[in-house]
Design a protein around this ligand. Structure first.
Ligand code: ZN
Length: 76
């Protein structure tokens, strides 16, 4: 499965066991580097804390507001 197609579950992500296919890093979701908190992307990127390999996506927090997004940005 391609990393860009992987979407983790925010509720269980911190305890999820992950491995990096590039450098062999092994740990849990809470140890990864999560990027993409800003901008209009629908997802945050999960990156390996050692080599920054792209490991998958996390949905944005719901607090961001889907209705708010619609009214501010409009249909995408
Ligand atoms: Zn790595």
């Amino acid at each position: 499965m391609n990393a860009k197609d992987i979407i983790y579950d925010q509720r269980t992500f911190d305890d999820k066991h992950l491995t990096c296919p590039r450098c062999g890093w092994d740990g849990t979701g809470s140890e990864t580097h999560v990027a993409g908190f800003y901008g209009i992307s629908k997802f945050k990127e999960v990156l390996c804390p050692k080599c920054s390999e792209y490991l998958g996506n996390l949905p944005r927090d719901r607090s961001y507001g889907e209705g708010k997004l619609d009214s501010q940005i409009g249909p995408i």
